[in-house]
Design a protein around this ligand. Structure first.
Ligand SMILES: C[S@@+](CC[C@H](N)C(=O)[O-])C[C@H]1O[C@@H](n2cnc3c(N)ncnc32)[C@H](O)[C@@H]1O
Length: 205
């Protein structure tokens, strides 16, 4: 067993948290808000009909949009209520309950490596801190050699960008690009958000 994610700790403290989160995104969708920025970036990075993992998919906003763009999407999240909402709201992808720290999709019959992994919406900051490196390693293990992971999270959430960079290297990944937004603005010294494009470490490079 791995340490419980901070998200599930929050759910244990406030059992209404998941329902609140689901309704928040449903109401934004009803209002016509743009909820597709992350998916547009991933779609631009990926080949057509790519195999894409939405890691910490929540109620399926990002993976759902990627599936509608023609990709073959698998979404994994530790919160069963959010996965239930993803199944209802975004039919198409395979939505699975699981902890990213124990991710082993081949053991669940999904053997093809992924062209892209997306981890949006501060998932990294909701992991149990003791599992961050393991989660990055699990994502790395599920990537194809040409594959890339894109991970976005905000500053001020007890996970410094420098510490993240150390964990990235320890997990066998390396930075390809550092951005500050999902619409491709570069990272600056005072950026309060990081969008990291990562690839498997190429030895000798
Ligand atoms: C703020 S939500 C973002 C959801 C989704 N990625 C989005 O952008 O709409 C953070 C998500 O991280 C998930 N999460 C946190 N720790 C996790 C873990 N160890 N394994 C899988 N999912 C996790 C939570 O369950 C939650 O759905």
């Amino acid at each position: 067993m791995v340490e419980q994610s901070l998200w599930m700790r929050k759910v244990a403290e406030n059992p209404g948290h998941s329902a609140w989160y689901i309704e928040r995104f449903r109401s934004m969708a009803r209002a016509g808000d743009d909820l597709g920025g992350e998916a547009r970036l991933v779609d631009a990075m990926a080949p057509r009909h790519a195999h894409i993992l939405d890691a910490g998919c929540g109620p399926g906003r990002v993976g759902g949009a990627l599936a509608r763009a023609g990709h073959d999407v698998v979404g994994v999240d530790v919160d069963p209520m959010l996965i239930e909402a993803a199944i209802q709201d975004h039919p198409g992808p395979r939505w699975l309950v699981g902890d990213l720290a124990e991710l082993d999709l081949p053991a669940r019959g999904i053997t093809a490596p992924f062209d892209a992994v997306v981890c949006a919406g501060n998932v990294m900051a909701f992991l149990a801190p003791s599992t961050r490196r393991e989660v990055l390693g699990r994502l790395r293990a599920h990537l194809a050699p040409h594959g890339r992971a894109v991970i976005g999270f905000g500053a001020g959430r007890d996970y410094e960008f420098d510490e993240f960079a150390e964990d990235v290297a320890a997990a066998g990944l390396e930075f390809e690009l550092r951005l500050s937004t999902w619409d491709l603005r570069p990272l600056a010294d005072d950026s309060d958000f990081l969008v990291a494009l990562l690839r498997p470490h190429r030895s000798g490079s």
